[in-house]
Design a protein around this ligand. Structure first.
Ligand code: 13P
Length: 243
């Protein structure tokens, strides 16, 4: 089973309209489409501007969506609204949303289901804290999160991102061996019979310096890149490292 690599940038709460020039710089750095699938997830304020400006080989994704399509949910943005702005992917259950917005596995699952219904591909995040890793519970925690926050759907419609919380924004990435082992465990625990078709990204301090080593692991199907995705030159270097 060959799974196409996917490199996604998560801008988090960064970016103003002037930063849409990122798209022009990325096109200039990479005049030919790369072999991997490329996604950028800017803040929702920049979604439509980004969708209009990126080269054809870059898809745009959102960072979160509501579980409902419409209704009395002040301040929320629904999956159909994000699709209407040009998004094709949406991140669900990033650890920052779980931690700062109290998102539970059940809510993450409902959001991912809403994304699927709107025709978006959900990128569902799972990952253990440092305490959980040090306590020897990393694998059980991550598998439990997957079972509880991933909807029943064909593997090809879903993307999972393994993002150990201790690796996010710290400059300390998981070793390729540890990440590869977790990805294998997730694939083997996948409920459907099609785990080999499931794409699992690694996220947490991915950089041009470590991307090659991480992405060469058979079970690591791509990267969810935070900080390094803001700089087009660093993002392009990560795309090149994916081969
Ligand atoms: P960093 O790449 O900045 O560690 O962020 C990872 C992340 O949270 C991507 O979703």
């Amino acid at each position: 089973m060959t799974r196409r690599k996917l490199i996604a940038g998560n801008w988090k709460m960064h970016g103003r309209s002037a930063d849409l020039a990122w798209a022009d710089r990325l096109s200039a750095l990479m005049p030919l489409p790369p072999r991997s699938e490329i996604v950028v997830c800017p803040p929702a304020t920049l979604l439509s501007g980004m969708a209009a400006r990126v080269p054809g080989w870059v898809a745009v994704g959102a960072q979160d969506c509501a579980a409902q399509p419409d209704g009395a949910h002040t301040g929320d943005l629904s999956a159909p609204m994000l699709a209407d702005l040009g998004a094709r992917y949406v991140i669900a259950g990033h650890s920052e949303r779980r931690r700062f917005h109290g998102e539970t596995d059940a809510l993450v699952r409902a959001k991912a289901e809403a994304a699927l219904k709107a025709g978006l591909t959900p990128v569902i995040c799972v990952g253990e804290t440092l305490d959980q890793r040090q306590g020897g519970e990393a694998q059980s925690v991550v598998l439990r999160q997957m079972h509880a926050s991933v909807p029943d759907a064909a593997a090809g419609r879903i993307i999972i991102a393994y993002e150990p919380v201790w690796a996010i924004g710290t400059g300390v990435h998981a070793s390729p061996g540890d990440a590869g082992q977790m990805h294998r465990a997730l694939r083997e625990a996948w409920r459907g019979g099609d785990g080999e078709a499931l794409r699992i990204l690694y996220g947490g301090s991915v950089s041009p310096e470590n991307a090659g080593e991480l992405l060469s692991r058979a079970d690591i199907d791509g990267a969810l890149v935070g900080g390094a995705s803001l700089d087009p030159a660093r993002f392009a270097a990560i795309i090149r490292a994916a081969g």
